[in-house]
Design a protein around this ligand. Sequence first.
Ligand code: 1AE
Length: 404
Amino acid sequence: MTMCIAHYAIWDERADFLKKATAIAHGMTVGTWTELSATRKSEMEKHLGVVLDIAPLDETEYAIPNARGARVSIGYPTINFSADIPALLVTVFGKLSLDGNIRLLDITLSDAFLKQCPGAKYGIHGIRDRTGVHGRPLLMSIFKSVVGYDLQELREQFAQQAYGGVDLIKDDEILFENPLTPLEKRVAACQTVCEDMMRHHGHTVLYAANLTGKTSLLATNARRAIAAGASALLFNVFAYGLDALCELASDRSITVPLVAHPACSGAIVSSTQTGISPALLLGKLLRIAGADLVLFPSPYGSVTMPRSQTVSIAHELTTPSVHRPVFPVPSAGIHPGLVPALLKDFGGDIVINAGGGIHGHPNGTTAGAQAFRQAIDATVAGIPLHDAPYEHLQAALARWGTRT
Ligand code: 1AE
């Protein structure tokens, strides 16, 4: 029998984990198993969930004061659900997610299920090829102060970031369709800067425009943005649902990388006793759903997550699998002084992403981007940041400090 195996942390006052796990395995599959006749039981056997393992919790990550917990693995026959992420999630964690004492840690997916998921069209290698950047992390900057600005002001801000040598520029996730900077017009305006950068500096800059609007219009809006010149799309996947990302990733007419933003995911991942682990939601599921780049909080910025969780997310995004490896993008409160720590924790195949850490540079936005490029070059060359003879980098270190 082919199964997908869900791994949970569960808490129970009486510590009767076998009883609780069996109730889940039966309740989430055939229902009231013990009351079935022998004949019906033999017919239903192939649909029955199975308790595969009960083990002590990893105390460091999931300990809850005065609670008794266990790690429980339950196998769900794949014949019970269609091969799509909504069906998977409702099967293994649907109403169970409301229990209040259970957290979904991981799902071991069958190959048959994995093959039905799109995965990324481009991933790390495709994006490196598109940007021509090999041998160093990529640098992405984020528009800041975008609401209420007009096209000319937005283009100017885009140019200041691009001239500093960033590889990607993304819209802020709070920029929606609006009369001042409508999607196609802002993409076209920013695209002229990208063309200038290529013509005069031979440097590719990808622009990830925020893909917004009603779910039924997402694919149309994506095509509009691409026709206007967008070379990537930012997507607030958790406001729409993972399957919306699957749809975009499966659509052959959407020919640019998809940047998954974690907005709203905190409501699902942040508790230690309920919800879904960050490694599963922001790692494994976003990868199979088709994200090319995944933003998540870093261990040291303004919105943080424990290092072990962020490293697990990055691992899920890059470990060998049937799907392409995709870029981890540790984000939020990132400044040049964090570059050595980012490379040490996540390796070189990442995108370093900053908004305030670029625009807040004492010498302005372009200098802020240059400071990051200098920090990346120094770190890749093994030079301690304080020894690197770059004015903008040293000004950034004076402003924000370092962390190694
Ligand atoms: C985890 C998402 C980070 C993000 O979207 C964002 O806008 C970060 O901005 P800064 O770098 O913290 O200013």
